[in-house]
Design a protein around this ligand. Structure first.
Ligand SMILES: N[C@@H](CCC(=O)N[C@@H](CS)C(=O)NCC(=O)O)C(=O)O
Length: 209
């Protein structure tokens, strides 16, 4: 299998983390967002939407969208429960991550960490942080009496939410406000075959997402 990705991307890291944790070998194909590697003719044939991550199977079939890739890889591994209700709860958190978390927590990180917080984006950053804090609060409240997000079992819901949450401080979020969430981050980090994110950094004026 091949994983097209860039180290700066939490969406790519999610897939990398799951692949490591289920011990599936893969080749990492670097796509450099900073130099618009996702906009080349070659990459647009891989994903006409111009986004990473993309997983390419050995027979050439491809899957885009990080959480769809997680669902595919997690099938029959224990990282995605078989029971239909529990599986739907995992999906609920995957959709939450894409709709209520990633657009705010990851975007704030992008503005602060990668673009070095340009003044012209200050208003936008404040809006992202307000909605990001709301998502972190929802997570913290849910985790107050739970070990993991669904059924106290480590699943792809945890992996998807972990990716951008554990680097949220790079976006200016104060995670000390969320003690249950901090303990959950430590639990994820202590799972077998955990690998840390290899954070990258873009140049000052490069905007990619
Ligand atoms: N919903 C997609 C989002 C993917 C995404 O936004 N990828 C970013 C990197 S994190 C990207 O490729 N940005 C390049 C661009 O939009 O030009 C997923 O979860 O995979």
């Amino acid at each position: 299998m091949k994983l097209y990705g860039d180290a700066i991307s939490g969406n790519c890291y999610k897939v990398q983390l799951l692949l490591e944790q289920i011990q599936r070998p893969f080749d990492w194909i670097p796509i450099d967002l900073a130099s618009s590697g996702n906009r080349t003719g070659h990459f647009l044939q891989v994903n006409p939407n111009g986004e990473i991550p993309v997983l390419e199977l050995d027979d050439g079939r491809r899957i885009a969208e990080s959480n769809a890739i997680l669902c595919y890889l997690a099938e029959a591994t224990g990282f995605l429960p078989d029971d239909s209700f529990t599986k739907a709860q995992v999906l609920q958190w995957l959709f939450f991550e894409q709709n209520s978390h990633q657009p705010f927590v990851a975007s704030a990180r992008y503005i602060v960490h990668h673009l070095r917080r340009p003044v012209r984006l200050e208003q936008k950053l404040q809006e992202k942080m307000e909605s990001g804090y709301h998502a972190l609060e929802v997570m913290d409240r849910h985790l107050r009496d739970r070990v993991f997000f669904v059924n106290d079992q480590y699943t792809i819901a945890d992996i998807a939410l972990y990716a951008y949450t554990h680097v949220a401080e790079e976006g200016g979020f104060d995670l000390e406000r969320f003690p249950a969430l901090l303990k959950w981050l430590e639990r994820v980090q202590s799972r077998p075959h955990y690998v840390p994110m290899n954070r990258g950094r873009l140049g000052q004026s490069q905007e990619v997402a």
